[in-house]
Design a protein around this ligand. Sequence first.
Ligand code: BDR
Ligand code: CA
Length: 311
Amino acid sequence: PTPIVLDCDPGHDDALAIMLAAANPAVDLLAISTVAGNQTLDKTALNARRICDVAGIGGVPIVSGARGPLRGPAVIAEDVHGQSGLDGPQFGPVRTPLTSADGVGYVRDLLRGQKRPVTVVATGPLTNIATLLRAAPDVADRIDRIVFMGGSTERGNSTPYAEFNIYADPEAADIVLHSGVPVTMVGLNVTHQALADDTVLSRIGALGSPLSRICVSLLEFFSETYRELWGFPAPPLHDPITVALLIDPEVVTRVHARVDIELTGTHTRGATVVDLYNRTGRPANAEVAMQLDAERFWDLIVDAIATLSDH
Ligand code: BDR
Ligand code: CA
């Protein structure tokens, strides 16, 4: 299995990324680190623990990292994920502990201690990963690849051109993309192909477990916000695509391209500038996901929930 660290800001779709990473035998989930993003750090860390509770995920350390971006105030997405960051279902008192509040240090030591390079999956703002690469440059060699959900080859969702994870910390994204570590970008151009429509909801609901009911409730809440804010017919399940492509490379097609982050634009700060036609002549620094095989993707998600339902 591919060893991974999942850095996330749960978050409805992050929650499903955690479940997929924990359930599927093709990946070995070494740790979950959390970052401020969809909600404050305290809430995203609590939510990661809640998901491990309800999904019966034991023995995976959960650590918390950055409270805000490298520059400026924290941007949270309460309008999308609600006051708790995971609105919809009711959760009982949390049982899974927080292993460390020095998440970046924890991941640094974990990477240094592994025999083989680890894949870092990031589904929130890239603050923890950028901080890690800056503070401990030696770990770059210990990372096989960084697969992140963020950006787009097209338009944004936080602003007309910027996607939330990049908009929330553009400087961090800039550091990651120019770190020399192999990078895969999973942007809105591909995640908007993963719509959790009624067919998907019925498949998950048909599993008939407490966990499947929690997942349906999460997706129903997500569905409301996507209808209200963006007029979507169904909510896109962005984050788990990062994990899915490690399990089954056929889940997405990819191209190599130059990707830069707009840091100073008057209207476009946080935009991912993807040179799909190599107009700059500059070397590619990223693999960019393009086309989703939605059927394969949803099979992986439903299988993961089914597996965890039996715990
Ligand atoms: C990204 O922003 C968050 O709201 C989601 O969890 C996802 O990581 C989509 O733009
Ligand atoms: Ca996220």
